[in-house]
Design a binder for this molecule. Structure first.
Ligand SMILES: [Zn+2]
Length: 257
C-alpha cells in the first residue's frame, strides 16, 4: 500500500525533532512545532517544500521559537492550542480538543493531553493512523509534569491508549534510552524492554532515531501507559492507591532517576 502521507523527522537543537508531513495527494506540507534551528530551513529548501500549516502542540520555547522565521519565509497557517494562544506568537488560528482539522486529503483529530503544560494538545492523523504527541508522550516515557495536575495528565494518556495499536507515534524529543533505563528500574525482568534498550543503543550509536514507535508497543511497554497495571503500582509502593496517585509517584520517581 502506498502511503498517503510522507512523514519526515529532523533532529534539531539538542534533543528535539522537527516533524514534517507531506500529503502525497495534494503536495501540501504541514510541520509539527517550530524549534528555532536553521536546519529546518535547509531541510525544507533541499526538498523544495513550503509549509502550508504549522501545528503547535504547546507553548514551550523549544517548540515555538522558530515560528517567526517560518512565518516570515512561508506565511503558513499557524495553528496553536486555544488554551495557550496568549503565550504563542505569531499564530493565525487556535484549536481546542475535540476539533477536527482538515489538512490536504486528510484530517487531524485534536486530543487533550494536559499536564506537561496545561493546554498541551496532540494531533492524530486519521487517514494514516499517526499520533503527533509533542511532549505529552514519549517512547517508553512521558513529558515532565510542569503544570499538572496528575489526574488530568493521566486522563490524557489514557485517552491516547484508546488509539489503534498500529498508530505510529512521533514525539518532540529523543529520550528513549533514558526512558527505557527508568522503566527497567521499575520492572527489571521486562524482556521486551531489555531487547528494546539494546536496539535503541545501536540506533543511537549509528545516529539514527528511535522513533516513530507504535501505540501497540507503548501500551505494552511504557510505564506511563500502564499506571493501572499492579506491577507498576507495586514498583512505586502504591498498590491499591488511586490511579492519579500512582501516576504522580511514577512521574516523581522519573524526575529523580
Ligand atoms: Zn515541552
Amino acid at each position: 500500500m502506498t502511503q498517503k502521507f510522507e512523514i519526515e523527522m529532523l533532529p534539531v537543537l539538542d534533543t528535539n525533532y522537527a516533524i514534517f508531513i507531506k500529503c502525497c495527494t495534494t503536495n501540501k506540507v504541514a510541520m509539527i512545532d517550530a524549534p528555532d534551528d536553521d536546519k529546518i530551513l535547509d531541510f525544507l529548501d533541499a526538498r523544495g517544500w513550503q509549509p502550508d500549516m504549522v501545528l503547535v502542540t504547546h507553548r514551550h520555547w523549544d517548540h515555538v521559537d522558530g515560528l517567526g522565521k517560518i512565518n516570515e519565509r512561508y506565511n503558513p497557517i499557524i495553528v496553536v492550542p486555544e488554551a495557550e494562544k496568549d503565550q504563542i506568537s505569531p499564530h493565525s488560528e487556535t484549536i481546542a480538543p475535540g476539533a477536527i482539522l482538515p489538512f490536504g486529503a486528510g484530517h487531524f483529530t485534536i486530543l487533550s493531553t494536559p499536564g506537561h503544560t496545561s493546554g498541551h494538545i496532540a494531533y492524530f492523523l486519521q487517514e494514516q493512523p499517526t499520533l503527533f504527541a509533542g511532549d505529552a508522550l514519549f517512547s517508553v516515557g512521558c513529558g515532565r509534569m510542569f503544570d499538572g495536575p496528575a489526574d488530568a495528565m493521566w486522563q490524557g494518556l489514557r485517552e491516547l491508549r484508546r488509539l489503534p495499536d498500529e498508530t505510529a507515534l512521533y514525539c518532540g524529543h529523543e529520550y528513549t534510552i533514558d526512558n527505557i533505563k527508568f522503566a527497567l528500574s521499575l520492572t527489571q525482568d521486562h524482556q521486551a524492554l531489555k531487547q528494546h534498550l539494546q536496539w535503541a543503543e545501536e540506533r543511537r550509536a549509528a545516529n539514527q532515531a528511535t522513533l516513530p514507535s507504535t501505540l501497540g508497543f507503548e501500551k505494552a511497554n511504557n510505564p506511563f501507559l500502564r499506571i493501572d497495571d499492579p506491577l507498576i503500582a507495586k514498583a512505586v509502593d502504591k498498590l491499591g492507591a488511586p490511579e492519579h496517585e500512582i501516576f504522580a509517584a511514577v512521574r516523581k520517581a522519573k524526575d529523580q532517576f
